[in-house]
Design a protein around this ligand. Structure first.
Ligand code: PEP
Ligand code: MN
Length: 359
C-alpha cells in the first residue's frame, strides 16, 4: 500500500518536473526574443531593476513550502542562464578560444613564424645594462640562429630601491644592437603612455606578470600594431590568463604570445612553480602560441635545461631564458641568469636531445 503510494507520488513528481522543464524552455524562448529586441534597440541585456522586480514578485507570491531565499536563489540561476542565452557566443566563447578560431595563430617576427610547430627562443639579459653587455649576448644568440633578443629597459622591481632599468635609453641600446645583428627586440613596457614611443624601438611588447591584470595596459596593447608577449600573472589561474589575453584581442590585436612563467605556490625549492600542464591546456583552449620562461619559473640555472626540454616536449612553441655575460655582477636576477658558456651548453644539449641535464 505504502509502496504503491510512493510510486504514485514519484510519477506525479516526474510529470511536474517535465512541466517545469517545458516551462523553463518556454521562458528561454521568450528571453531570446527579448535579447533580439534589446540588440535592435542597442540596450544592455542585463537589467538589474527588472531582476529586482522579478525577485520581489517571487517573494510576494510564494506560498511555500520552499522559503523565499531558496526560491530566489533558484530563480537567480534561471535569470543568469537566460542572460547567457541572450548574449550568445561572446561571453562563453572567447575570441582567444579555439572554439572561435580552430586554426593556430602564427605570428611573423622577422623571419620567424611563431606557432608554426618549430621551437623558437627569446634570449637575453634580465635588464639592459650597457651596449657592451647587450652586444655580447646578441653575438652569441646570433651564432645559434636565434633572432629574438630580450632585455628589460623598464624593470618591475619588488623594491623601489632596486635597479629600475635604463628606460628609453635601454630601448635605444637594444634597437641599435638588434639592427646590427638583424635581430628582433622583445622588451617589457609598464606604462600605457610609453607604448607609442616604444614602437620605434621594440618589435614585440612584453607585458609582465605583475601587469597581467593591468587592464588599461592590456587595452592599450590591443590597439597597437605589434605582437604582444603576455606573461601569466604571479598567482593567475589559466582562466584569468585567458581573459587577460581577451582584453588585448578584443581591441583588435590578435598577435599574442602567451608565456607561462611559473606561479606562486608554497614550494620554496624553486622561485616559482612551473605549471607545465598549463602549456597543453592553453594550446587546447586557445589558438595562440605558448612560450615557457624557464628562468623566472625555476629561478635556478641548474633547472633551465630540463625545464626547457619539458616545455618543448609538452608542446610549447618557444622558450624564454635569461643570459648575461657576467651574471654575478648583473643589476637584477644575478643568481638565475646563464653565462655565455652555460648558454652554449644549454642550446647544444637542447638541440642534441642528450640526456645530460648539466649546463
Ligand atoms: C622579465 O621577463 O623580465 C620579467 C620581469 O618576468 P616576469 O614578468 O615573468 O616576472
Ligand atoms: Mn629577470
Amino acid at each position: 500500500m505504502v509502496s504503491n503510494e510512493l510510486e504514485v507520488i514519484r510519477t506525479e513528481i516526474e510529470e511536474l518536473s517535465l512541466k517545469i522543464l517545458d516551462l523553463l524552455n518556454q521562458r528561454g524562448v521568450l528571453a531570446q526574443k527579448i535579447g533580439r529586441i534589446k540588440k535592435m534597440k542597442g540596450t544592455q541585456r542585463f537589467d538589474p531593476v527588472r531582476e529586482r522586480s522579478l525577485l520581489d514578485l517571487i517573494a510576494e507570491n510564494n506560498k511555500g513550502p520552499f522559503d523565499t531565499p531558496t526560491l530566489q536563489h533558484i530563480f537567480k540561476s534561471i535569470f543568469q542562464a537566460s542572460l547567457e542565452l541572450q548574449e550568445g557566443d561572446n561571453r562563453k566563447e572567447l575570441l582567444v578560444s579555439r572554439k572561435r578560431k580552430p586554426n593556430n595563430t602564427v605570428i611573423k617576427i622577422k623571419d620567424e613564424l611563431i606557432g608554426d610547430g618549430n621551437p623558437h627562443f627569446v634570449i637575453g639579459p634580465c635588464a639592459v645594462e650597457s651596449e657592451e653587455q647587450v652586444r655580447c649576448v646578441a653575438k652569441v644568440i646570433k651564432d645559434h640562429g636565434i633572432t629574438l633578443i630580450r632585455g628589460g629597459a623598464f624593470k618591475p622591481r619588488t623594491s623601489p630601491y632596486d635597479f629600475q632599468g635604463l628606460g628609453f635609453e635601454g630601448l635605444k641600446i637594444l634597437r641599435q644592437v638588434a639592427d646590427k645583428y638583424n635581430l628582433a627586440v622583445v622588451s617589457e613596457i609598464l606604462n600605457p603612455n610609453d607604448l607609442e614611443k616604444a614602437m620605434d624601438y621594440v618589435d614585440v611588447i612584453q607585458i609582465g606578470s605583475r601587469n597581467m591584470q593591468n587592464f588599461e595596459l592590456l587595452k592599450a596593447a590591443g590597439l597597437v600594431n605589434k605582437p604582444i608577449l603576455l606573461k601569466r600573472g604571479l598567482s593567475a589561474t589559466i582562466e584569468e590568463f585567458m581573459y587577460a589575453a581577451e582584453y588585448i584581442i578584443e581591441k583588435g590585436n590578435d598577435q599574442i604570445i602567451l608565456c607561462e612563467r611559473g606561479i606562486r605556490t608554497y614550494e620554496r625549492a624553486t622561485r616559482n612553480t612551473l605549471d607545465i600542464t598549463a602549456v597543453p591546456i592553453l594550446k587546447k583552449e586557445t589558438h595562440l602560441p605558448v612560450f615557457v620562461d624557464v628562468t623566472h619559473s625555476t629561478g635556478r640555472k641548474d633547472l633551465v635545461l630540463p625545464a626547457a626540454r619539458a616545455a618543448l616536449a609538452i608542446g610549447a612553441d618557444g622558450v624564454m631564458a635569461e643570459v648575461h655575460p657576467d651574471p654575478p655582477i648583473a643589476l637584477s636576477d644575478p643568481a638565475q641568469q646563464m653565462n655565455i658558456p652555460e648558454f652554449n651548453n644549454f642550446m647544444n644539449k637542447l638541440k642534441s636531445k642528450s640526456d645530460d641535464f648539466n649546463l
